[in-house]
Structure formats: C-alpha cells, structure tokens
Write a protein that binds this ligand. Structure first.
Ligand SMILES: *Cc1c(COP(=O)(O)O)cnc(C)c1O
Length: 441
C-alpha cells in the first residue's frame, strides 16, 4: 500500500471520528490498522507492531484468533441475538456454568451487560438496592483513592477524582475514598471504615493492581485484612476484576491470590479474549435472594439491549477454553518469569524508579522533573519512539507498562525489553522535559 491511501484514511477518519481520551485538536493522525495476527497489528503500509498493551488490556490470545473466529462464525449463522428477558440460549447458560466453576464458591449468579463500566453499574445497583430491599438506610460507598472503575456516571463516581472527572464533579454521588492498604496504615483504615460502617452499602476495589491509575500495586495480604474487616461490618464487597481477570495477575483471577471472598465480582476486557464487548457481574446467593419477592418493586430493573449476546458469549466460551489449555497457562507463567528477570535489570537502571510487577503486568517509571501524572509530557515522546520501533506501548504519563497478549513468544518479549533499554539509554542524558501540560490536580 502507499502513503496516499494512508493519508486518505487518516483524513477521512478526522472528518468523521471522535476518538476516546484524545484531544482532537493536537492529536496526530490515527494510524490505520488493516489486520492483526497473533501479537502483531499491521498498518496499511505493511508495517507491523507488537501489541504490547493488548489493545487497551483486552487481547488475551492474540489478534484474529482462528479458533475464536470459527466459533463465532458458527454461532453467527445459528443465532446472533435474542432478547434475554424471557428467553435464554446455550452459550449464555454454558458460559455462566463455566465461569462460576472458576470463581470463589460463593459466586452463584451471573448478570450480563456490555462492558466494564456497565458491569460496575450493575454491581453498584445490586448493593444499593440490596440495602433498600432489606429496609436498611445504607447509601454510602467506599472506594480507593486513584481508583478507576469506568466512565459512565456511576462508575465515574466511584473512581478517584481527577482531571477526567472534573467537569462532572458536582454531578457525581458522594463516595468515601481511602488509601490502598499497607502494613503501616491498616489500623487507621479500619478506624476510618468503622466510623461510617453503619451507613455504608459497599466497598468497591480493584484487587492488587490499580490499572488506569498507572499500574499501582498493593499486597494481597493487606487487602485480605481489609476484606475481613468489611465482612465483620457487613459492608458488601465488589471486586472489580475487569482488568485483573483471566490470567493477568499470573493466576486466573486476582481472587486466586486472596483468602477472603467478595460478594460481587465484575468482569470484561479479557472476558471474550478481547474479541467482542461484554460485561459480567456475578453475585452471591444472598444478594440474589434479596431481590426475590412478590413485591415487584424489589426487582433489579436493569438491562441492556445486547444482554448476553450469543456471539459475545460464544467468543468468551472459546477464549476461556484457550485460556485453560496447559500451554496458555505455561505461557502466563513464562511471561511472569521473564518480567521478573527484566525487573531485576530495570532496577539497576539510573533513569528508572518504582519498578513493579504482578504476573504478566510490568510497570516502571521514568525519572523526570515532572510529577507523575497522566499528562506528563514524557509519555507522548516515548509513545512515538516505541511506535517508530514497531512496538505499541501507551505510557500513562511517565509510567511505562507492559501487558502483552499471552501468545507473545519469549523472543518477542525479549525484543520488547531490548527496545525499552535502548530507549531508556537514549533518554539517559536528557531527562529534563518541558513542563507545560496541566497537572493531575
Ligand atoms: C477498564 C476498566 C473498567 C471499565 O471498563 P470499560 O469496558 O472500559 O467500560 C472498569 N474497571 C476497571 C478495573 C478497568 O480497568
């Protein structure tokens, strides 16, 4: 292909498309991607890119996976969609059975929606209405500072306040934000929670890794302590595994690192292997039971047009089959080990700080004069540099991270590491970047 076609597509795109999280005035042309295969994406000039961020953390087994494609095609020619109120279908039943089998034993019911944000919305409604249906006055919600649970209004309300949420500040419902737990602050967190426990309906958290905040990590044992305390105070727990689910943390779910169990869990992103949009909210029998009544007002009045879409369910079934194969689990282990070895190297690097890793998620910060924030200018420079080198990384400010699809080979991962080290060396003598973007506060 030639550049004329590229510029044409980029131009047409500019005429009609409004891209997510993009300042359209200053953004460069979008890169037209014409196909994907495994860990690679190909642009219209035939240049290939390693998708080191799994296309916004969703792709598990690589792009255009033939097995998932075949299964979805078969389903598409059998049943593509059916209203899920009053009707059901094999893919939805099978997927619910298979998923519940992998989750903590108290998870008994599956509620379908379209994406991570809607999975969170449904979870929040379950908790608030659980209290309502039980005749209790509990409307406070507890969440972590820097949390990210999505972009719809409810999900935004339980996310940390930032420049992203600023224009909507007055419209967001009140949430009590606490620090993520560590050995030092656990007791003071418990005191904070105690003070509002009676009015608190639920606690929502990203387990072990706060993704959008910049891959901030905290220990499972400290979360366990906090969960145990919430349980003792009858505060429902929503474990948002939209990002951490399906192998990301080195185990199938972040739940597999924890001794305590949540009441509700949220899934999306890797759920369909990154092929189709779908969200799932699971809950315990106790929560489900609180909505059973002859009183119609106790119904969970929530639903989306594409609830339990058969194609998305089928993609999720196929992706989960692939995920549970021995070679995929071995690949997750291998990526985790490679990351861990690379962590040792990064820690020696003079330009790098705060190296951290949980399973297949690796993150570190480039030392700069600027505060760590989403708007740190370094990110854009790095982004362009890695694109040049045929690697898609999307730094969150000066936080660089890798979240590769599990199909990435040892060699492809080493290639990525090598390029990171080269780029870091390029920047070794020029860590002073101009400060002109707005800060996080
Ligand atoms: C991405 C994300 C969401 C939102 O999911 P969308 O599908 O983008 O709406 C919610 N929670 C967490 C932890 C996420 O990382």
């Amino acid at each position: 292909m030639n550049t004329l076609i590229q510029s044409l597509l980029a131009e047409r795109d500019k005429n009609v498309n409004w891209h997510p999280y993009t300042q359209m005035k200053t953004a460069g042309d979008a890169i037209p991607i014409v196909r994907g295969k495994g860990v690679y994406l190909f642009d219209d000039e035939g240049k290939k890119y390693i998708d080191a961020v799994s296309s916004w953390w969703v792709t598990l087994h690589g792009h255009a996976h033939p097995y998932i494609a075949e299964r979805v095609y078969q389903q598409l020619t059998t049943l593509e969609q059916v209203i899920f109120a009053g009707f059901t279908h094999e893919p939805a039943v099978q997927l619910s059975e298979n998923l519940l089998n992998l989750l903590p034993k108290n998870q008994k019911k599956v509620f379908y929606s379209d994406n991570g944000s809607t999975a969170v919305e449904a979870a929040l409604k379950m908790c608030i209405q659980y209290a309502y249906n039980s005749g209790k006055e509990k409307t406070k919600i507890l969440a972590f500072k820097n949390a990210y649970h999505g972009d719809t209004f409810g999900a935004m309300s339980v996310s940390g306040r930032s420049v992203w949420t600023k224009p909507f500040g007055s419209m967001l419902f009140e949430v009590v934000f606490i620090d993520t737990p560590n050995a030092e602050n656990l007791e003071s967190l418990k005191i904070q929670i105690s003070e509002i426990a009676e009015e608190t309906a639920c606690f929502i958290y990203e387990p072990l890794v706060q993704g959008a905040a910049g891959m901030l990590m905290y220990e499972a044992e400290h979360l366990d302590e906090l969960m145990k305390f919430c349980r003792s105070k009858e505060i429902l727990m929503i474990q948002d595994e939209v990002f951490t689910g399906f192998g990301r943390t080195g185990k199938l779910f972040a739940a597999n690192h924890l001794a305590e169990i949540p009441d509700i869990m949220c899934f999306s992103k890797g759920l369909t292997g990154g092929t189709m949009p779908m969200g799932i909210t699971t809950c315990s029998q106790e929560i489900f039971n609180a909505f059973l009544s002859d009183d119609k007002y106790k119904t969970l009045f929530h639903g989306h047009s594409f609830t339990a879409n058969p194609l998305a369910c089928t993609a999720a079934l196929a992706s989960m089959e692939l995920l549970l194969q021995e070679e995929t689990l071995a690949a997750i282990d291998r990526i985790s080990r490679q990351h861990s070895d690379f962590t040792d190297i990064l820690e020696q690097h003079p330009n790098v700080e705060n190296v951290r890793q949980t399973g297949t998620i690796l993150a570190f910060e480039l030392k700069t004069d600027q505060h760590t924030s989403y708007f740190n200018e370094v990110g854009k420079v790095l982004y362009d540099e890695f694109l040049q080198r045929g690697i898609i990384m999307r730094p969150l400010g000066n936080v660089m991270y890798l979240v590769p699809p599990y199909c990435i080979t040892a060699e492809e991962l080493d290639f990525t590491y090598r390029n990171i080290l080269e780029v870091l060396d390029t920047f070794k003598n020029q860590v002073h970047f101009p400060i002109h973007a707005a800060g996080q506060e």
